[in-house]
Design a protein around this ligand. Structure first.
Ligand code: 5AD
Ligand code: SF4
Ligand code: FES
Length: 364
């Protein structure tokens, strides 16, 4: 107990400190960490969360990541792409519910007509939601020119998970070819920053072969890259993927869940001003998982606005939450859930990453 106390009183954390925090197994020690992280969140962000509506607009993907349920090699998936009308009606649902932004996510598709379609779509979404409406893109690896084109069209934020900062581990969970290169992923992340976006990345937690040292390095990577937003959550195995064969070599689900909460807390202590998402993967393991994430230091929720009939086809992992609900049901239940943990949703502010503005106007 005193070791954890001592570490939490440190100004900065060494890699070894982080490993010790991630290794916590006693409940009272986990509580100490959570309390400290929540006090930092309260101080710099407040007892609140921001929401963005998630639109999973296509499950087409040219990649074949070994862990992902919608990988191109999974022929059991019914592929879909939303029409502009379907996307815009999800946007209007967001607007009617006072959400001031959406996340547009799909598998990885890259060609000229896709680039143009997204550019046009960004303009249409701005018409529907207003000039200030926040658009976050999560559309994978693209060229610098494409990132710039979408930024100029009006998207303000981009999410591209690095998945793991350990190149060797990255190689173990992706096919060994040019389409799945760690170096390209890292370069894309840098180009997203250079293009001007509030930049988000993240990792999966509890992957086979992953150590606590790897996870500590992931957190230090996020800090060294001066990332503005983070989405990270537990790895959840999917039986139609090659990585499923490693299922005997995983931490039990609840341990992955608690480790994910500790990752969120340590990250909040390392980077007080960034936005941290409480992910659906947390909710998929434990019904109040996302709300627990908020109490551990996360401040962003991304309720699903994908039309109900497509949700069952966007299964990156199994037992995903809310796939039998329709968008308006998720909207209804969100406020109540957040109130249950003593927080509020902030509908008045955009919830831009404060860290992003600090990057451009350093405080000291
Ligand atoms: N478990 C948890 N997260 C997953 N993702 C993909 N497959 C899984 C899985 N089996 C995450 C990846 C990807 C994001 C869109 O979903 O981190 O970047
Ligand atoms: Fe495609 Fe993303 Fe799944 Fe990889 S993780 S197969 S890029 S949707
Ligand atoms: Fe989907 Fe409650 S968040 S039904």
């Amino acid at each position: 107990m005193s070791l954890i106390n001592d570490i939490l009183n440190n100004e900065d954390f060494s890699k070894q400190d982080i490993v010790s925090l991630l290794a916590i197994s006693e409940k009272d020690e986990q509580d100490l960490l959570t309390t400290k992280a929540y006090s930092v969140k309260e101080k710099y962000i407040g007892r609140k969360a921001f929401v963005r509506g998630l639109i999973e607009f296509s499950n087409q993907c040219k990649k074949n990541c070994l862990y992902c349920g919608i990988r191109s090699g999974n022929s059991k998936v019914a592929r879909y792409t939303l029409t502009d009308e379907e996307i815009l009606s999800a946007v209007s649902l967001a607007v009617n519910n006072r959400y001031n932004g959406i996340v547009l996510q799909s598998g990885e598709i890259s060609n000229q007509s896709f680039t143009k379609r997204i550019t046009e779509l960004i303009r249409k979404i701005k018409k529907e939601g207003g000039e200030d409406f926040r658009i976050t893109l999560s559309l994978g690896e693209q060229s610098y020119e494409t990132y710039r084109e979408w930024f100029e069209a009006g998207a303000q934020r981009y999410l591209l998970r690095i998945e793991t900062s350990n190149e060797q581990l990255y190689k173990k969970i992706h096919p060994d070819n040019d389409l799945h290169s760690f170096e390209t992923r890292l370069n894309c992340l840098k180009e997203i920053q250079k293009a001007g976006y509030q930049t988000g990345t993240g990792v999966m937690i509890g992957l086979p072969f992953q150590t606590l040292e790897d996870l500590a390095d992931d957190l230090l990577f996020l800090k060294s890259m001066s990332i503005d937003m983070v989405g990270m959550g537990p790895y959840i195995e999917h039986s139609d993927t090659p990585l499923y064969q490693e299922k005997e070599n995983l931490l039990p689900l609840m341990e992955r869940f608690n480790l994910s909460l500790r990752m969120i807390s340590v990250l909040r202590l390392l980077m007080p001003f960034i936005n941290i998402a409480s992910t659906t993967a947390l909710q998929s393991i434990f019904p109040m998982g996302r709300e627990k994430g908020l109490k551990c230091g996360a401040n962003i929720l991304m309720p699903n606005l994908t039309p109900g009939k497509y949700r069952g086809s966007y299964l990156l992992y199994e037992n995903k939450a809310c796939i039998d609900e329709d968008a308006d049901e998720c909207l209804d239940c969100l406020d109540k859930r957040v109130q249950m943990v003593g927080e509020k949703i902030d509908y008045e502010n955009f919830g831009d990453s404060k860290h992003y503005f600090n990057r451009y106007n350093p405080v000291s």
